[in-house]
Design a protein around this ligand. Sequence first.
Ligand code: ING
Length: 322
Amino acid sequence: MPRILTVAAAQLGPIQRAEGREVAVARMVRLLERAHARGAELVVFPELALTTFFPRHYHADRAEADAWFESAMPSNATAPLFAAARRYGITFHLGYAERTPDGHHYNTAILVSPAGDVLLKYRKVHLPGHAEFDPKRAVQHLEKRYFEVGNLGFPVIRAPAGGLPGVNMGMMICNDRRWPEAWRVLGLQSVELVMCGYNTPSTNQSAAGFEAHHLRVFHSHLSVQAGAYQNATFAVACAKAGTEDGCELFGHSIIVNPQGEIMAQATSWDDELITADCDMDMCTLGRTTIFAFDKHRRVEAYGRITGQVGAVAPPVWSKTEQ
Ligand code: ING
């Protein structure tokens, strides 16, 4: 009996700095309605889905940035989203800026059951960008200023989803998808569905070197397809897209199967729902053959991966006296 879960990526178009949470939430509720009409059982929303991508804006006083954060989840602003998910029986993933009761700040994602239970929480580990204002940059990317490094690791949970009694689900956020370590930690917990929201500029803002525009999307898809294939898992990568206060984010949300194939792709840079029927048992082939970790991994050769942070220079060859 196949274990089919109908999954959706609910891509969001731009959210302008002046637009409040209620604007995003109303659009997300409409996407949940559409997801319900399409038979989707689990919906993935983007990273920082409730507001504009505020790390592009510099706040000299970090306390000013607290306005971008959620101190409660749900709150009055997000309650309509939880109510719609309950109404439609949909499990959903939501990315948002989390301010904890004891004052910590994270770039967070949660997986919420139709009843409103938080099945899983993840806090972004790989924070790109910089912590101080960089006058050389065309656009700031201040995630290292506003967020602390996630302290929950990369957890996986087996929980009910749709008509299935148990699916092994894990999360990562945006830049995490570029790091194979994140995928492998989830793979080592037998993940079957990885959910990843992202906000990715369509052009390179760091001006550190030439990067052809078409490679921005290629690198995103390459990372997700490789991660899914090499860990025998489904993956949903969901964008916040479009032009926010003049800054362009690319869309191209995708749903990928454990063979690394793109099952569905968004073609707009606006609110758009893509769906796929995912047979969770499709993970078994890779997991029991080419990526049977217990049979093939050689951890004694991998010491550098956790023992070293940056790269070191290799020894220089020289012709030794025979
Ligand atoms: N955004 C981007 C991402 O990793 C980035 C930052 C873009 C880093 C392109 C490197 C290259 O997709 C976030 N929010 O992590």
